[in-house]
Design a protein around this ligand. Structure first.
Ligand SMILES: *[C@@H]1O[C@H](CO)[C@@H](O)[C@H](O)[C@H]1NC(C)=O
Ligand SMILES: *[C@@H]1O[C@H](CO)[C@@H](O)[C@H](O)[C@H]1NC(C)=O
Length: 964
């Protein structure tokens, strides 16, 4: 804790310029380091999960004990996880000059996490007695069929004869499922030291493959070396272990040696298993070939019923039809679940009979494909009904293989394509979008992916993502795409545009997302009179597109050049009269746009994070514009007045309010946008902000808003209605808060001398639930009461607050300051969480007078407050301390006290600890957590009541702060 103080003092010297620290540079390092810390922490988390699931399996085998070391590691990993996450969360809001000086702290944490990762490899295994598990368990369905295939592979794995095994079969037959089951069984085997699973992406990329294998072995290869050198390094690593390597879904020939995989032989006891749709690839690799056969009729039926629900058998007369339908699935598990999924909930025999006829027609009519399964998948696709939903499905294949897209990103794209159309609002469009995603997921045409928040450019965060099964995606691209005129070449490592001869005839949509295309050749002018969508996004180094390129693409409706290095857009864009969406997110080299005057049909212009210098010409003519994102365009200094009023159809607007001269007019103009649903807006100062809120009361009816008063660029996004005030002076100034504000952040605000209730901040914010005050130097207390103000009438808003967070407030001494005679106070009566950190002057946390009000408090976190002595303070006033004061926290669950070197008592002598007549702990208390450094203190505390310590002891938990 000395460190944070040190950091803060050096931060102060930093500002004064007395230290030779180049803050600007350090700022960049800081962000890198925070990123690094975050990644390391993610690795630690997944390592921990991995170990836990391995232990689960080991324990399920019975009779095994987890080693002491491993237990200790898991415990520490958990602690570190909690602390670092809390730290990262908080660090977000810190201004750059302080960040620079926090860097040391970040670096130290990186080292600690790194060290944990290193310790956490446990080459000797996790459990005592039997040999360890050597890979993680992969969640998988139970096997329906393929038992004999699995047994055959198992024999090869256990025997000495065969080193390379090739598991072949058509797409969707269940190769991967068999291997996942085997992989999990292998965890219980002692024969191998490592079981490695790697999904080989298509097309094969040796560099990536090496990386995946190495990281599965807890190793890293040099990033900047040639592939050959990396192969040698990988070979070295792999030689140390007796491994099984499973390479799932291999499409192309390659050589083990080039990648760096040692030849599996009887001598080294290693095995390589390849799954592939191609026997030819397996033969090339000299594999012993094992063919995966389709399911039997009986197995098929069982799987079908599992998916569709047993209930259907109760429908009279259905069984026969059902069996015939299952037969048409040709024993392919993927086909069975997809078709069963699309029939779920249908209990009318006629509908089933009709489905059978349709399915048979499909199987007969879909000819020219090698993949049997496309026929059945195609049936499910056709049952999607409307053309819009079908197109929504097909759009998912525009992203590269295994890409996890956020729902928001997907729905916005569908809106751009005109697939969700004719609805009165964007909210309604989103609702429709979510319904479509749900439908696709229920039909197994999309898979839900909840791997944590997915960041998506200007679209914020999404918790749920979605993904396409690779076979389903192949079907969409190969079997259906061409019929619709779609050409999908996403994530194919292309370095130039595909040759025109290879294009489908009269393409309608073309996705070249996520390749490495550098430039479009001069004078290329593809004749695509019907092309409506062109996606070139995430070709990170694409810098030039010639004037001629769009010359014969006049029907273009959607153009996406986001995440490219494009410097200028060709003027020929101006002629794309039918363009409706122009996406240019994060085009960091783009300074100017050509005139947009002719783009009368434009509905979306997304320049989030682009570097344009001048407001595009002709914007005023874009009367159909619904979505305009100009947020974080640092070079854009002005929005000319007189333009926004013409954009009366705007539903989504994200802007910074820039130049004083035009700002007022701009704001008045924004206020007149009646269709606006979501507003994201950044203001330079409070005056502007107040003006806006006063002038524009209606924006509060928007479905969502996110406002920021700041010079900084970070945007914290947590709730629907939020305001972030950062880096401002809020001394005397009154801030007019929107009535329906839920979340208020005050970050780095100077001159906040008076307490929260005196700033007049909160007067109208009746919906405010969460308040965060961070890094604001001058505030000394949160609430200030004098004897004249009756405390019950004080600031009613504070009584509705559920969360109060105070972080890095250097002068804060008190939560509530009472002048004169104290009586029990009634503030914070709804507070559930109190979170206070890095407040070095705080000595006493909760004054006695306040306790009766805090009946709803559930958690108290106190972290790193240098001078904190008492959690529940003794009273300075005589009136209260003459009597013993009795109180209880009926809902308190967690009391966490970290890094409080001066802590003397949780509760002072005058107050009886947690009394209920007899001392008793709060009924919901789960844990009292204190830092290891306070262990001695706890041991030595003398308690008023002889029983108190014994009562609390069971809840006590020490947390380790050695890493801090
Ligand atoms: C893209 O450009 C950057 C810097 O100009 C370079 O480091 C990187 O290797 C390039 N990437 C590709 C795929 O060419
Ligand atoms: C633009 O759209 C309109 C209406 O859909 C259509 O009639 C026209 O042919 C399109 N223009 C081009 C150049 O394709």
């Amino acid at each position: 804790m000395a460190d944070i103080a040190g950091a803060i003092f050096s931060a102060l010297s930093c500002i004064c310029g007395t230290l030779n620290c180049n803050c600007i540079d350090q700022h960049r390092n800081f962000n890198d380091d925070v990123g690094e810390l975050r990644r390391k922490l993610d690795s630690l988390t997944s390592r921990k999960q991995d170990i836990e699931s391995r232990i689960q399996v080991a324990e399920a085998c019975g009779g095994q004990m987890v080693g002491q070391q491993v237990q200790e590691w898991l415990k520490q990993a958990q602690e570190i996880n909690v602390k670092v996450r809390a730290f990262l969360e908080k660090v977000q809001g810190v201004k750059w000059y302080k960040r620079a000086c926090l860097d040391k702290r970040v670096c130290r944490k990186i080292n600690v996490v790194k060290e944990m990762l290193e310790i956490g490899c446990f080459p000797e295994g996790l459990v005592i007695e039997r040999a360890p598990a050597r890979g993680n368990i992969i969640p998988t369905e139970n096997l329906m069929g393929g038992i004999s295939t699995k047994e055959e592979i198992w024999e090869y794995l256990m025997g000495d004869e065969v080193g390379m095994i090739g598991v072949c079969g058509i797409g969707g037959v269940g190769k991967t499922t068999i291997m996942k089951n085997l992989h999990n069984d292998l965890q219980r085997e002692t024969r191998f030291q490592k079981v490695i699973w790697v999904t080989v992406s298509h097309p094969l990329n040796v560099f990536k493959l090496q990386k995946k294998i190495a990281s599965a072995m807890c190793e890293r290869l040099p990033e900047d070396e040639e592939v050959m050198m990396r192969a040698a390094a990988l070979m070295e690593i792999m030689r140390r272990e007796r491994f099984v390597l499973i390479l799932d879904d291999v499409w192309e020939r390659f050589s083990l040696k080039d990648v760096g995989i040692p030849d599996p032989k009887a001598q080294n006891g290693c095995k390589v298993v390849v799954t592939s749709r191609s026997i030819e690839v397996c033969s090339y690799l000299h594999c012993k070939i094992v063919k995966v056969q389709p399911l039997s009729q009986k197995e098929s039926l069982k799987l079908f019923l599992n998916t569709v629900g047993d209930g259907v058998l109760e429908v009279p007369g259905l069984e026969e039809i059902l069996k015939l339908i299952v037969k048409e699935c040709a024993g392919l598990p993927l086909a069975i679940v997809v078709i069963a999924g699309s029939m779920r909930g249908v209990d009318d025999v006629n509908v089933w009979r009709n489905a059978l006829t349709e399915l048979r027609d499909h199987v007969m009519s879909v000819q020219d494909s090698n993949d049997e399964i496309f026929k059945q998948l195609r049936f499910s696709f056709d049952r999607l009904g409307s053309l819009e939903v079908k197109n929504c499905f097909l759009y998912c294949s525009f992203f590269e293989e295994d890409y996890v897209f956020s729902r928001r990103e997907l729905i916005e794209s569908w809106i751009d394509e005109g697939l969700i159309d004719g609805l009165p609002s964007r909210k309604a469009a989103y609702d429709r979008g979510y319904a479509i995603i749900d439908r696709l997921e229920k039909n197994f045409l999309l898979e839900k992916e909840t791997s944590g928040p997915i960041a998506i450019g200007g679209y914020g965060f999404d918790v749920d993502g979605a993904k396409m099964h690779d076979v389903v995606r192949d079907m969409a691209i190969i079997s259906i795409g061409p019929e619709f005129g779609y050409m999908i070449k996403a994530g194919m490592n292309l370095v130039e545009l595909p040759n025109e001869q290879g294009w489908v005839k009269d393409p309608k949509k073309l996705s070249l997302m996520a390749n490495n295309i550098l430039k479009v050749p001069l004078s290329l002018s593809p004749k695509c009179p019907t092309l409506s969508t062109l996606i070139l996004s995430s070709n990170l180094n694409l810098s030039e597109i010639p004037e001629s390129f769009f010359g014969e693409m006049l029907a273009l409706k959607v153009l996406d050049l986001s995440y490219t290095a494009i410097k200028t857009l060709p003027n020929s864009i101006s002629n794309l009269e039918n363009l409706s969406a122009l996406r240019l997110q994060h085009c960091m080299k783009l300074k100017y746009l050509p005139s947009l005057v002719n783009l009368r049909g434009l509905k979306k212009l997304d320049l989030h994070g682009a570097r344009i210098k001048v407001f595009p010409q002709g914007m005023g003519k874009l009367i159909g514009l619904e979505y305009l994102d100009l947020l974080f365009c640092p070079n854009l200094k002005e929005i000319p007045t007189g333009i926004l009023p013409d954009l009366s159809n705007l539903q989504y607007l994200a802007v910074c309010c820039l130049q004083e001269t035009t700002m007022v007019r701009n704001l008045e103009e924004v206020a007149r946008l009646k269709k606006l649903e979501t507003l994201e807006c950044k203001f330079d100062d409070i005056r502007d902000f107040n003006y806006f809120v006063n002038k524009f009361k209606d924006f509060q009816s928007a479905a969502a808003y996110s406002l920021m008063v700041a010079r900084a660029e970070d945007m914290i996004r947590k709730s629907k209605y939020e305001l972030v005030i950062a880096d401002c002076e809020i001394g005397e100034e009154c801030i007019v808060l929107p009535n329906n504000l839920e979340d208020l952040w005050i970050i780095d605000c100077k001159n906040m001398k008076s307490s929260l209730d005196k700033t007049a901040l909160l007067e109208k914010a009746n919906e405010l639930r969460r308040c965060h005050i961070r890094d604001s130097e001058e505030i000394e207390c949160v609430v200030e009461l004098d004897s004249s103000s009756s405390s019950s009438s004080c600031c009613p808003v504070l009584n509705k607050l559920e969360l109060l967070e105070l972080w890095g407030l250097h002068r804060l001494c008190e939560l509530v300051r009472v002048e004169g005679v104290a009586t029990p106070l009634h503030v914070f009566s709804n507070l559930k969480q109190l979170d206070i950190s890095y407040c070095p002057r705080m000595r006493k946390l909760l004054p006695l007078e306040l306790l009766q009000a805090l009946q709803n408090l559930e958690t108290i976190y106190v972290d790193d407050c240098e001078q904190m002595e008492e959690i529940i303070a003794s009273s300075d006033s005589d009136t209260l301390s003459s009597d013993k004061f009795t109180f209880t926290f009926p809902k308190l669950r967690i009391l966490r006290l970290w890094d409080l070197p001066q802590l003397k008592s949780i509760c002072s002598d005058e107050g009886v600890v947690l009394d209920n007549g007899q001392p008793s702990p709060p009924p919901h208390l789960r844990v009292i957590e204190i830092g290891e450094e306070s262990k001695e203190w706890w041991e030595s505390v003398e308690w008023d009541h002889p029983n108190a310590k014994n009562l609390l002891q069971p809840f006590l938990k020490y947390s380790n702060s050695w890493w801090d």
